[in-house]
Design a protein around this ligand. Sequence first.
Ligand SMILES: [Fe+2]
Length: 368
Amino acid sequence: MNIVVLIFGTFLLGALIGLIYLLTRFHRFRPIKALAGKSRFLSWIAALVPVLLLVLLCVYDMINGVIAVIHLFVFWIFCDIAGYFIRRHRGAKEIRRYYEGMAAILITVVYLGIGLYADFHVWETDYQLTAGKELGMDRLRIVQITDSHIGSTFGGEGFAKHMARIQETDPDVIVITGDYVDDGTEKEDMVRSCQALGDMKSTYGTFFVFGNHDKGYMNYRNFTAQELRRELEKNHVRILEDEAVLLNDSFYIIGRKDRSERYGRASMEELVSPLDPSRYMVVLDHQPHDFAAQAEAGVDLVLCGHTHGGQMFPVGILGEVSGANEKTYGLKTTGTTNYIVSSGISDWEIIFKTGTFSEFCVIDITRG
Ligand SMILES: [Fe+2]
């Protein structure tokens, strides 16, 4: 069975069980309990109202609705367990006020509210790395932008505002490491975003690799992959598909096709063997999934996205546990190879980031 179907089915089942649990819990609130004294039927109807509102939320936005229900369900169970022990410790025999329910609702609202903010707000994450090779300059500053999924948390204008902020970091190189657009991206947002990239100024230019969403899965968006390519190139964005460029006669940017490419892609060995190994090598690879080959090839820095930093605690770690990704977030070093996996500047479908946050990365490299 497809792993995505399995995960989605498990979440749906969890939400269904959660809704049944919540229906029984709403009965404990005083106004609904008071109704039960007059009419049990009416009290069930009253308890059903908030459950139906949650169902409506799931119908309106299935993924985020299910996420909200599951969080409420889990927090409610914890609060009920805590409440049971506290009441027992105090010797309370009767529940007068159902504090557990109130606490569960409050915790869920605050927790997901923080997750919403972490998803929509964009932080700058800085890395300082040292190179074992000559760079031909005192400091090389690379700015990495990944997983913008234009149209998710911002459209073309929003992307342009983020670019204006990124411009202030005074980059030497700007790299886009995939999932720039999505199936739901509107053409006008794609065009506006490409213009914003065209307005960016850096010493060596802007480089781009495709992610698994960029070429479109469903064929329902109103532009083609070819049109995206044309807009990028028109705005001086260099698309790299299993290609390397030497910049300043001192360092390479090697852009890989995504591992989801239908007709495969070049191996790391094939990409690196024609290059001068004494030069610093930066690899752009959307998915963090080829670390051993990258270390073996002797590249110095690998920049990835795709994972969204795990998106939600605790399920975010599943990608790493299942072997789909070799790292979920942050910096890892193997020998002389550094890997950075960014949580991305936006999201895909899920509007909460818990245990992670949206970001762009500013990576400074100096001679070690
Ligand atoms: Fe991706």
